[in-house]
Design a protein around this ligand. Structure first.
Ligand code: PMP
Ligand code: GLN
Length: 382
């Protein structure tokens, strides 16, 4: 991972956030909210610290959170999850993904991912010594083609990583695709690793976990995180649910990665997961209004836009503006529009990078006045 000159390559998020800091432009690059989430969640963390919950918690997680995760899966998805054997708390979704990939693959195994993909997947698969097999999601609707998927999955496939709702495209997976994934996992004795961190950030229809569908549960590791739903990305409280023997295997890896995770934030996220349905609805509706502000600004500026069904990202094509290279545009965007974004090519392996060269990802998890200001900056491009 070291370059020849002894430096390491920063992630696209670090690079573009540094550009935003240097230029003073509005940062719609790295996806993190610019305001706090529900006050109940914040208060619960203060209370936990004051109550002395400041030492190592149990390895699987603080019992309050394990039970809240099980209640959440039952309330939203009708799933009966055993909090003692089928749940594992992790350092964000990232550690859940890392420990799962390390536990489920051997060097040389194949891991199928939908491309573009969240950058950590490729890094983690490489750390495990496994081989990434991409399935393209194509502009403009980013729906997978069943034939591409059938071609990519075979007997060497150990894991299929699914990110629904999807970062960076904001697409959500339809029932037929989810059913095909379950069928393929059974046929080829593979696991489905579903990254559902944006599960509550959907605009068209409620989210359905693959593990809640017939035949899905026994083959699926379901990953989520408190960071996206409750605007607590810096707390790094994530979790996974899976069959008991799979959780045990992943725990074996996790104990050597972080051992345990920050104790006072766990009961706080538990408080969040127990909040009323109106809170979850309110979060999605507010985000939808923000999506519409940014989509409007991008269209007025002259971009072609793929309107997302979920997540807090939107992908736009810069070709109508005369830019074939989104990376070049992203480097110029602070000067041209006072905005920072990230090129979608950062989420694509080398082989297929040119197919995504003109696409840009913008984050809309920002306050409305900030998005209004970004939209008016972008209009300068028109
Ligand atoms: N998966 C996806 C798809 C994400 O967008 C993110 C947030 N950057 C993560 C995982 C990481 O989540 P966490 O911060 O909980 O580790
Ligand atoms: N998930 C966020 C994004 O995609 C932040 C990622 C990160 O900073 N590693 O922008």
């Amino acid at each position: 991972l070291l370059r020849a000159d002894g430096t390491t390559a920063p992630t696209i998020f670090a690079e573009m956030s540094a550009l935003a800091a240097r230029s003073g432009a509005i940062n719609l690059g790295q996806g993190f909210p610019d305001e706090d989430g529900p006050v109940e969640v914040l208060t619960a963390a203060h209370e936990a610290i004051a109550a002395g919950l400041n030492q190592y918690p149990p390895g699987r997680g603080v019992p309050d959170l394990l039970h809240a995760i099980a209640r959440h899966q039952h309330r939203f998805y009708g799933m009966a999850v055993d909090p003692e054997t089928e749940v594992l708390v992790t350092a964000g979704a990232t550690e859940a993904l890392a420990a799962s990939i390390l536990a489920l693959t051997e060097p040389g195994d194949e891991v199928v991912v939908f491309e573009p993909f969240y950058d950590a997947y490729a890094g983690l698969v490489a750390l495990a010594g496994a081989r990434l097999v991409p399935v393209p999601l194509r502009w403009p609707d980013f729906r997978p083609d069943p034939d591409d998927l059938r071609k990519a999955v075979g007997d060497r496939t150990r894991v299929i990583i699914i990110n629904d709702p999807h970062n960076p495209t904001g697409t959500t997976f339809d029932r037929e695709t989810r059913e095909l994934l379950i069928e393929l996992a059974h046929r080829h004795d593979a696991f489905l690793l579903t990254d559902e961190v944006y599960e509550h950030l959907t605009f068209e229809k409620p989210h359905t976990p693959i593990a809640s569908m017939p035949g899905g549960r026994e083959r699926t590791v379901t990953v989520s995180s408190g960071g996206k739903t409750f605007n607590t990305t810096g707390w790094k409280v994530g979790w996974l649910t899976a069959p008991p023997e799979v959780v045990t295997a992943i725990l074996t890896v996790k104990q050597f990665l972080t051992y345990v995770n920050a104790s006072p934030f766990q009961p706080a996220i538990a408080r969040g997961l127990d909040l009323g349905e109106e809170v979850f609805d309110g979060i999605a509706r507010e985000l939808e209004a923000r999506r519409d502000i940014l989509v409007g600004g991008l269209r007025t500026a002259g971009f072609d836009v793929s309107v997302p069904d979920g997540s807090y990202f939107v992908v736009a094509d810069a070709r109508p503006l005369g830019f074939a290279d989104a990376r070049e545009l992203c480097l110029a965007l602070p000067r041209l529009a006072g905005v920072v974004a990230v090129p979608v090519s950062a989420f694509v392996g080398e082989t297929n990078r040119s197919d995504y060269a003109s696409l840009v990802r913008f984050a809309f998890c920002k306050r409305r006045p900030v998005l209004d200001a970004a939209a008016s900056g972008l209009r300068r491009l028109a």
